[in-house]
Design a binder for this molecule. Structure first.
Ligand code: PLP
Length: 478
């Protein structure tokens, strides 16, 4: 008989666990003193590592030391208070600890029966979240629908399009094949994950219609109706519309109610992608974001972007869970069990693409219980106020202009001297290491994006960012 592997004893695990938590706390503490982005050449990280895995196990202290030597210098510090790029990927103490507990429990919650707590806590916390965001009742588990945690909004969109595809074809297309028959609609500003989902769902990328937008970069319902009519006239079967609440480029909000009315009239599935902006409706003053949601078949928002829950945690809701479950359920003999057969439980494997799933709800539960509704509202409000302050300064600066109306905590702007000056401005800012912004094109023009959203971002960080921006803008004008 060979020896067992050299596992950690509970005492050894405890000691190393404290050291690892200490290391994370230390990292978060000194984050602000680090440049926001990594300055390493491609291949640098691999060049620091041995070519082969160790034959004999190493000391944990050596592993931790390599975090400082190899990992930290090659990070973009997403939790840095001067990180204003992309959209935020909030982490928070309670969420980090929730993930640690999830790893510690190590359960696989594919079925209710494989850990009832994993399923029921998730259902319950998603009902809480639906209430906190004031979502329509149909999205709650005690209505016809319910929520599930996905790894990402991209996965939610894929599930929505699959269910839409099946509903449009009498739940038979898996056997028949549908490539080239069904059409999907989204605005020209929609996220790239929509096209990916259309491809993966087997509809064919050419079946995605990019509907024109208005001056505020929001989808035009009249253009949507014409596109649907043209497709019907050409013999296609319109199947689904994806509306965006808070586009990735500029935070534009599609008119969900008008889009929903078109969908109802035409019998199309409406998915609402509110990946970043949706969580802002924890604040009553942002509830206009929910207007028309009762016409939606599915909805997604990411606590892992702007609600203090570290990646991955995307809340996906459906109004009719039967359509989703019928689409995704395949039950082999080895998963049969009495609870499933009783019809009294939720088996979340039928609500997502993979079979296996981790205990993601813990971190969201920790977050909601630590901050409370009041704390979550304060988090969103603080950032929206800081972004408003910055937008005012930008609008008043002689060399800058807003490229779109501020959307919540996202400010889009450009240099008045044109695209080259705007690009030079972004490069100059990011090269300083003192802050990070990203860019897009809005109305065809090079546009800087500044998204306030770091858990640690305070007024002083935004004031400092403004100093950098004003100085760089003047230098670029030179
Ligand atoms: C960020 C974003 C996504 C993608 O989110 P993931 O969770 O990374 O898949 C989709 N749609 C919009 C509008 C986004 O802003």
């Amino acid at each position: 008989m060979s020896e067992p592997a050299p596992h950690l004893s509970p005492q050894e695990f405890r000691r190393r666990g404290y050291a690892a938590v200490d290391w994370v706390a230390g990292y978060l503490e000194r984050l602000e003193t680090l440049p926001v982005t990594a300055d390493v050449e491609p291949g640098w990280v691999r060049a620091q590592l041995p070519g082969q895995a160790p034959e004999d196990g190493e000391d944990f202290a050596a592993v931790l030391a390599d975090l400082d030597r190899v990992v930290v210098p090659a990070l973009m510090h997403w939790q840095h208070p001067a990180f204003f790029g992309y959209f935020p990927a909030n982490a928070s103490g309670p969420a980090i600890l929730g993930d640690l507990v999830s790893a510690g429990l190590g359960v696989q919650g594919m079925l209710w029966a494989t850990s009832p707590a994993c399923t029921e806590l998730e259902t319950h916390v998603l009902d809480w979240l639906a209430d906190l965001l004031d979502l329509p009742r149909a999205f709650r588990s005690d209505g016809t629908g319910g929520g599930v945690l996905q790894d990402s909004a991209s996965s939610g969109t894929l599930c929505a399009l699959l269910a839409a595809r099946e509903r449009a074809t009498g739940f038979a297309s898996t056997d028949e094949g549908v490539r080239g028959l069904l059409t999907v609609y989204a605005s020209s500003e929609t996220h790239s994950s929509i096209e990916k989902a259309v491809r993966v769902a087997g509809l064919g990328a050419a079946q995605l219609r990019h509907v024109p937008v208005d001056a505020r970069l929001a989808l035009r319902p009249d253009a949507l109706a014409s596109a649907i009519a043209a497709d019907r006239a050409a013999g296609a079967t319109p199947c689904a519309v994806v509306a965006t609440v808070g586009t990735t480029s500029t935070g534009a909000v599609d008119p969900v109610r008008a889009v929903g009315e078109v969908c109802r009239g035409e019998g199309l599935w409406l998915h609402v992608d509110a990946a970043w902006a949706g969580v802002a409706s924890v604040c009553p003053e942002h509830r206009a974001l929910n207007d028309g949601l009762e016409l939606a078949d599915s909805y997604a928002t990411n606590p892992h972007k702007w609600l203090l829950t570290n990646f991955d945690c995307s809340a996906f809701y459906v109004a009719d869970r039967a359509a989703l479950v019928t689409t995704l359920s395949v039950l082999p003999e080895y998963l049969r069990n009495a609870a499933t057969e009783s019809g009294k439980v939720v088996d979340y494997r039928d609500w997502q693409i993979p079979l296996g799933r981790r205990f993601r709800a813990l971190k969201l539960w920790f977050v909601v219980r630590h901050y409370g509704a009041r704390g979550l509202r304060a988090h969103i409000r603080h950032h929206v106020e800081l972004a408003a302050l910055l937008a005012e300064r930008i609008a008043a600066d002689p060399s800058l202009e807003l490229a779109a109306e501020r959307s919540l905590a996202l400010v889009c702007f450009r240099h008045r001297d044109g695209d080259e000056a705007s690009e030079a401005l972004l490069n100059r800012l990011n090269a300083s290491g003192a802050l990070l912004l990203t860019h897009t094109r809005a109305h065809g023009r090079y546009t800087l994006r500044l998204a306030v959203g770091g858990a640690g971002t305070q007024r002083r960080h935004v004031e400092a960012a403004w100093e950098h921006i004003a100085a760089a803008a003047a230098a670029v004008s030179g």
